[in-house]
Ligand binder design. Structure first.
Ligand code: SF4
Length: 341
C-alpha cells in the first residue's frame, strides 16, 4: 500500500521523491504550539495562548477572531480530527492511502492555520484538497470552503473545493507517482532527500562541467566572461535549495547528536534584549532625549499600539501614523538586486 501524508501532498504532486525532513525543526515545534493555542482557546483554555511569544500570539489571536467570525454553531467544531482517504485508480497497481489531521472542520467550512504565505510556486491547495476530500468522503456535502489562515500576515486565503476540484488534484498526485522522477521544484529546499537527490547532484555536477577551467578554480572572481557569469548565477540560484537543505540537514543532524567529521556544534548567543524599556530608561539616568536616541522604533508595533489606543482598524491607524510621522520619516535606501529579465 502506498502511503501519503496530506501535508506532503503539495510537494509530492510536483516530485514524488520529495521527503519530509527527518528531524523536527524549531519551525515545526513553534507551529505545533500555535495550533495547540488556537484549539485550546476554543476549548476554554487560554494558557497555551498566553505562553506564546508576542508575535506568535498576535497571529493566533487574529486567527481566533477569524474563526469566530466564519464558523457557525449549526455544525460541530471538529478540531484536529484524523482523516483517511483511499485513492484507487486503474492507472496504479495499488491504492494510495492518504492520511492527515486537519485543524478544524465546521461542517462544510474548514480551517487550517499556517504562518507565512507560500512563496512563488508553492501552494497549500493539494493539502486542503486532501482534507476536503476526506470530509466529503465521510458524508459532508460539498463543496468545502477552505480557509487557510496566515497568522504572520494576518490574511486568509479562501477557496472552494468541490469533488471535481479534489479529483483533479488527486489525478496530479497519481501522475506524479507514476512518473516517480526526481523533479526539481520550489519544495526542494524543504526536501529531506535533497542532499542525495540525483537531480540536484546532477545539477551540481553540471555546474562543474559547464565552466571548464573557470569553475575549476572555484573562485567566483575568476569568472570574468559575462555570459559565463550569467550562466553561473543561474546555476547558483538553481542550487540554492540544495545547498540550504544540506546546511539545515547537517545542522539538525549534529543537534540531534550525530557527529560529522570536520564539524562541531558551537553555541552562539543572540544579542541581549531589554524586556522593559521604561525600567531601562529609569535605570540609565539619561535624559529623555539621550535615551530615545539609543532606541529604534518598530513601526508595525507603533501602528498596532496606536490602533488599540484609539479603537481604530490597522489600515486606518497606519494611514494616521503615516500622516503624523511624515516629517520624521527617512525613506529606505535604494539598492540594486539582480532579477530575471
Ligand atoms: S530535492 Fe530532489 S527529490 Fe527532493 S523534491 Fe527536489 S528534485 Fe525531488
Amino acid at each position: 500500500m502506498i502511503k501519503l501524508r496530506s501535508s506532503s501532498a503539495p510537494a509530492k504532486a510536483l516530485c514524488w521523491q520529495w521527503q519530509s525532513q527527518p528531524f523536527d525543526t524549531k519551525q515545526t515545534s513553534t507551529g505545533t504550539d500555535r495550533h495547540e493555542a488556537l484549539e485550546a482557546y476554543f476549548k476554554g483554555d487560554e494558557k497555551p495562548l498566553e505562553a506564546l511569544e508576542l508575535e506568535d500570539r498576535d497571529g493566533v489571536e487574529w486567527a481566533i477572531d477569524y474563526v469566530k467570525a466564519h464558523s457557525s454553531e449549526s455544525w460541530p467544531m471538529e478540531w484536529e480530527k484524523a482523516g483517511k482517504l483511499k485513492v484507487q485508480s486503474d492507472e496504479i497497481d495499488e491504492p494510495i492511502t492518504v492520511s492527515g489531521r486537519w485543524d478544524l472542520a465546521n461542517g462544510p467550512e474548514m480551517f487550517d492555520l499556517k504562518w507565512r504565505m507560500p512563496t512563488a510556486g508553492k501552494s497549500y491547495d493539494a493539502q486542503c484538497a486532501m482534507y476536503a476530500a476526506m470530509n466529503m468522503a465521510r458524508g459532508q456535502q460539498g463543496p468545502i470552503t477552505f480557509h487557510v489562515l496566515y497568522g504572520f500576515e494576518k490574511r486568509a486565503e479562501v477557496k472552494q473545493f468541490s469533488k471535481a476540484t479534489c479529483d483533479g488534484i488527486i489525478n496530479e498526485l497519481i501522475e506524479s507517482y507514476k512518473k516517480n522522477e526526481a523533479t526539481p521544484n520550489p519544495y526542494c529546499g524543504w526536501c529531506g532527500a535533497a542532499a542525495e537527490c540525483p537531480a540536484m547532484n546532477k545539477l551540481a555536477l553540471k555546474v562543474a562541467d559547464s565552466f571548464d577551467r573557470e569553475v575549476e578554480l572555484f573562485d567566483p572572481n575568476q569568472i570574468l566572461e559575462p555570459p559565463h557569469l550569467a550562466k553561473a548565477l543561474k546555476f547558483a540560484r538553481a542550487l540554492k535549495p540544495w545547498m540550504e537543505a544540506i546546511e539545515r540537514h547537517a545542522k539538525e543532524a549534529v543537534d540531534s547528536g550525530i557527529e560529522l567529521e570536520g564539524f562541531k556544534s558551537q553555541q552562539r548567543t543572540t544579542p541581549r534584549k531589554v524586556k522593559d524599556l521604561a525600567a531601562a530608561f529609569a535605570a540609565s539616568g539619561l535624559t529623555n532625549e539621550e535615551f530615545v536616541n539609543c532606541c529604534t522604533l518598530k513601526l508595525t508595533e507603533l501602528v498596532k499600539a496606536f490602533a488599540e489606543a484609539n479603537g481604530l482598524k490597522q489600515a486606518e491607524a497606519k494611514r494616521q501614523i503615516n500622516e503624523r510621522l511624515a516629517g520624521v520619516f527617512v525613506e529606505g535606501t535604494k539598492y540594486n538586486s539582480l532579477v530575471k529579465s
